[in-house]
Design a protein around this ligand. Structure first.
Ligand SMILES: [Zn+2]
Length: 133
């Protein structure tokens, strides 16, 4: 005879209300079962997962960019196309920078600029608008 699992009541990890987990789910059930709580729990877990894996994905992204630039450089591409296309119009002499530093370093510098620009834009967004007019 199969013995029914006894699952103790516990507080929902989102709304803190006490609930008795579904015996089929048991210890894995973290929320009371309310769809809002399930959704919120899922959102929190995703956020946590993304935070933990951010470095890993950044590494993959940069590796892909370097590989793509490397490939473009090996084919019979016209000289001017061998420089990685940058999204930033900073007026920098990319050709000279690449010649002096090398392609991989140029891709890495562009990546660093991209990250800094993103941070800069986030800071600007956070600052309150001041009307001096
Ligand atoms: Zn809940």
């Amino acid at each position: 005879m199969k013995k029914a699992r006894i699952v103790k009541k516990r507080p929902c990890r989102v709304c803190r209300r006490w609930f008795r987990p579904d015996p089929r789910v048991g210890d894995d059930q973290m929320t009371c079962g309310d769809p809002q709580c399930k959704k919120e729990w899922h959102r929190r877990k995703c956020k946590e997962w993304n935070r933990k894996n951010r470095e890993y994905f950044k590494g993959i992204y940069l590796k892909k960019k370097i590989l793509a630039a490397d490939e473009a450089n090996q084919k019979d591409t016209p000289e001017e196309d061998k420089i990685p296309r940058t999204r930033f119009r900073l007026g920098l002499p990319w050709q000279e920078i690449q010649e002096a530093m090398g392609l991989k370093q140029l891709v890495i510098i562009e990546y660093i600029i991209q990250v800094l620009m993103k941070r800069f834009q986030e800071v600007i967004k956070v600052q309150p608008l001041v009307n001096n007019g």
